[in-house]
Structures are given as C-alpha cells and as structure tokens.
Design a protein around this ligand. Structure first.
Ligand SMILES: [Zn+2]
Length: 208
C-alpha cells in the first residue's frame, strides 16, 4: 500500500494555500505509475491554482519495491532518524531486502535504477570512484546511474551545482573487474548510506 496525505502548501509566489498530495510511502509493486512519477519527478510537482506557478517541492517518503526487494528512504532535509529505518527493517518478514537512505533527488533515481538492475550498488559506487579518477574533468562531482534509450546503462556526470555535464558509458567488464577485486570485502558493509562518501572511505580503508 502507498500512503498519501493531502496538505495545504503556501504558494511561494502569491501566498495562496493550495492542496498538494504528499506521499509518505510509495509501493511501486502495487502501482507502477508511481514509479514513473518518482523517476520523472511528477510526484514532487506543486501547482498554484491562483497564479499558475509550477514548482518542485521535495519532501521525504519511503520508496518500496516488493518485486526487486528494496526500500529507499528519501530524506531531502537530512532529518530522518535511522532508528526508524532499523525498526522497519527488523519488522519486515521478507528476507533478502536492501535498505538505503538517500538525500538528493538525483541520488534517489540513481539508487532506484541500480537496485532494479542486477548490479550491486556498493560495487557501482566503487566503480564510480575509479571512473571519476580516470576522467580528466575536475568538474565532475558525482556520477548518476541512468538508463539509455535502448535499455542499457550509462552514467550522467554531475557538477558541483548539480547540473548534468556529460555521459560516461557503463562498461560491464569494468564492473566485473571491480566486483572480483572488492566484493568479498564490500558484501559485509550494511550501511544505509551507500554513496560517494562510502566508496571513498572504503577505498581508503582497503588501500592502506
Ligand atoms: Zn501562487
């Protein structure tokens, strides 16, 4: 089940209060349209009935995919209590789930697409570090996993301002190399935040 609340949100332009549907949780196995709405950002759209302003308003919610067995807590305000997530994890009777917390909108999409694929997100984060290091552009801050039109994968390069500035193709051979080299260690890491900071810290640890 997905849970939604209707809330009055004040228009930042004209001050009118409009209803906005805010999801507290989204179950994409029951409603596949919600998956699309999350990926294209529609779930965060706010429209003012009076002045017509359209804005994107990010709010926290739980993304749940029962088929692919993962839950992602989107935490844009960086205020989510991990203990809540721990209790969700502990009370879930279904085994083999992956639990993650992400803070930024592009990280939410990145994480959904990785966990839907058959690739391990910890390996992907380490792969991203190697790709960033081997790429000459110092502008690249993050890489975001993405689907191409012909259903293969690529990475979108993101700069400091959060803008897309290029594409790096996803190379499965390189993924397999990283997997073979690091997975035996990576598999023991059960953090909720699997991101750039995680991969940097991991590489510092194993390379010492
Ligand atoms: Zn307005």
């Amino acid at each position: 089940m997905s849970k939604m609340i209707r809330q009055l949100v004040t228009c930042p332009k004209c001050g009118t209060k409009n209803n906005m549907d805010l999801y507290q949780s989204v179950n994409v196995s029951i409603d596949d349209n919600l998956r699309v709405d999350v990926l294209n950002g529609k779930i965060f759209e706010y429209k003012c009935d009076k002045c017509g302003l359209k804005a994107t308003m990010y709010y926290p919610f739980l993304y749940h995919d029962m088929k692919k067995r993962f839950m992602i807590q989107f935490d844009p305000n960086n205020s989510y209590d991990e203990l809540t997530f721990k209790s969700i994890e502990q009370s879930n009777p279904m085994q083999g789930y992956t639990y993650r917390i992400v803070n930024k909108p592009y990280m939410l999409i990145d994480k959904i697409l990785i966990l839907e694929s058959d690739y391990d997100d910890r390996v992907i984060e380490v792969l991203k570090e190697f790709l960033k290091a081997s790429n000459n552009s110092s502008e690249i801050r993050e890489l975001s996993f993405a689907l191409t039109k012909d259903n293969s994968y690529e990475f979108i390069c993101i700069n400091e301002k959060g803008e897309a500035i290029g594409i790096i193709p996803f190379n499965p051979d390189l993924y397999n190399m990283i997997y073979d080299r690091f997975y035996s260690k990576l598999k023991d890491y059960r953090h909720y935040h699997i991101d750039t900071d995680f991969a940097e810290a991991f590489l510092n640890e194993v390379e010492l």
